[in-house]
Design a protein around this ligand. Structure first.
Ligand code: HEC
Ligand code: HEC
Ligand code: HEC
Ligand code: HEC
Ligand code: HEC
Length: 324
């Protein structure tokens, strides 16, 4: 794909985000400089956490939370919006537990650490939200129910939280943390801070299934989202999901090469999330069997960003069908 075309596509995605910005659906209330002040005054160096929690630090450092502000794709989007602070709010926010009712707001300094330890753990009095109260620990961990609930993640992951509540998650005993922060065997009581998602191939693969069925001169391909508890793909603006089929003769000549888009980028104002596969639901594509094909290769393709070519896509699942 040429650089020009690529830039054009990036722009379309940015405009998509812009549509949301103007529609105000994705954004917290306006923040002002005075709103930035009190929480920032509480900010201690997040580097302190590293000294005593090296293993957690290492996981977090590898995660996309640590680069939620510095990531090149995110920065490119921010530049497009003139570094609008509403836009940047969730990507480098003040500690969200300081005020459970207020929208997540941008912090004034050290934004480069993105969604860091203090953002998720610091309480209004400077102590640390934790599963257990540990009176002897220097960082003052205090048992805090909010930390272990889905809404803690949902303060920023507003769309995924909303569709998970409409999906199967509301009535299940799982929450965001149970899937995205599983127990870590090497640390008793430890929870993974890797928060794996769309950038991790194995996690994507685990969230979706591909099944094929032949009926006469038709092939039905079913892509299902049985277990995530929220829409697949989770992120609704950039991710792209395609089904590709190639039928060949015994001499390897192609008789059919088709692609069906399940989810494209969603650039329009007032869009719905119908292109994502909802929790517990599936997408079915129908293709003809074109004689004299003897085999069909079916692939489920996933792209993080729409400007990536099909060749750069992750092949999530692949099936070879013999056509008798
Ligand atoms: C001087 C060492 C030290 C520093 C610095 C420190 N901690 Fe701790 N922290 C501990 C100890 C000791 C414990 C209790 C044992 C444990 O859980 O590892 C603890 C426990 C915790 C717990 C878990 C309590 C539980 O079991 O649920 C959290 C959460 C936590 N710290 C967060 C932080 C954060 C965030 C920072 C940085 C702002 C930080 N700590 C800085 C020593 C430290
Ligand atoms: C309400 C919080 C919030 C606001 C406001 C917000 N974002 Fe995000 N952004 C997120 C979250 C959370 C993700 C991770 C994916 C998800 O949960 O949908 C994300 C993901 C992204 C990504 C994709 C990153 C990747 O690696 O795939 C880009 C780019 C991005 N945001 C840019 C923007 C821009 C530009 C704006 C302003 C129009 C904006 N964000 C406003 C929370 C927010
Ligand atoms: C302060 C806002 C904020 C909070 C709170 C938050 N996140 Fe995120 N999260 C983000 C942003 C922003 C991104 C996108 C980072 C990027 O791709 O650059 C993200 C990305 C992710 C990803 C995607 C990683 C990938 O591979 O694409 C997962 C999974 C995730 N968060 C899970 C969680 C869970 C679970 C919680 C609750 C324990 C949580 N987040 C709390 C802002 C937040
Ligand atoms: C996206 C939010 C988020 C970020 C960022 C985050 N944590 Fe946590 N952390 C949690 C949640 C949620 C739990 C509790 C999970 C549970 O027990 O259900 C937790 C648990 C912990 C624990 C106790 C369990 C364990 O694994 O030892 C420690 C210690 C801790 N965090 C330290 C840190 C440190 C240090 C950082 C920065 C490197 C950090 N956290 C960043 C959300 C976060
Ligand atoms: C039953 C397990 C499960 C639960 C519960 C769950 N997720 Fe996921 N999540 C997944 C799987 C699997 C994926 C990878 C497939 C995908 O991208 O949708 C994923 C993907 C994600 C992504 C990355 C999306 C992207 O396109 O990069 C984010 C962000 C996320 N989840 C946040 C959350 C939040 C927030 C909650 C709670 C409201 C939650 N998840 C609950 C399994 C789960």
């Amino acid at each position: 794909m040429s650089a020009h075309w690529r830039a054009g596509l990036v722009l379309i995605v940015l405009l998509a985000l812009g549509g949301l910005l103007t529609a105000g659906r994705w954004l917290p209330e306006t923040t002002t400089d005075s709103a930035l002040a009190p929480a920032d005054a509480m900010r201690v160096s997040v580097m302190n956490c590293r000294e005593c929690h090296a293993a957690v630090w290492q996981e977090w450092e590898t995660s996309f939370h640590s680069r939620a502000f510095t990531d090149p794709n995110v920065q490119a989007a921010f530049r497009h919006f003139g570094h609008d602070r509403q836009c940047e709010s969730c990507h480098a926010s003040q500690p969200i537990l300081h005020d459970l009712a207020a929208p997540v707001a941008l912090r004034a300094e050290s934004r480069d650490t993105g969604v860091d330890c203090l953002v998720c753990h610091q309480l209004p009095d400077g102590s640390m939200a934790a599963r257990h109260t540990v009176p002897t620990a220097p960082c003052r961990p205090v048992a805090t129910a909010a930390l272990t609930q889905s809404l803690h993640c949902g303060r920023c992951h507003t769309a995924i939280h909303k569709d998970s509540q409409e999906g199967t998650l509301a009535s299940s005993d799982k929450n965001c943390q149970s899937c995205h922060m599983p127990a870590v065997a090497s640390r008793p009581g430890g929870r993974s801070h890797l928060c794996l998602g769309g950038h991790d191939e194995a996690t994507v693969k685990s969230g979706v299934t591909l099944a094929t069925r032949r009926e006469g001169d038709k092939i039905f391909v079913t892509v299902a989202n049985p277990t995530t508890g929220h829409n697949f793909p989770g992120e609704r603006h950039n991710r792209v999901l395609l089904v590709q089929i190639i039928e060949r003769t015994k001499d390897d000549e192609v008789t059919l090469a088709q692609q069906r888009t399940i989810k494209a980028m969603t650039p329009f104002r007032g869009e719905t999330s119908t292109e994502q596969i909802r929790a517990g639901e599936s997408f079915v594509a129908e293709f003809p069997v074109v004689a004299p094909a003897v085999k069909a290769e079916i692939k489920l393709l996933y792209k993080l960003f729409p400007y990536l070519s099909d060749r750069e896509a992750q092949v999530v699942h692949q099936v070879e069908l013999v056509l008798p």
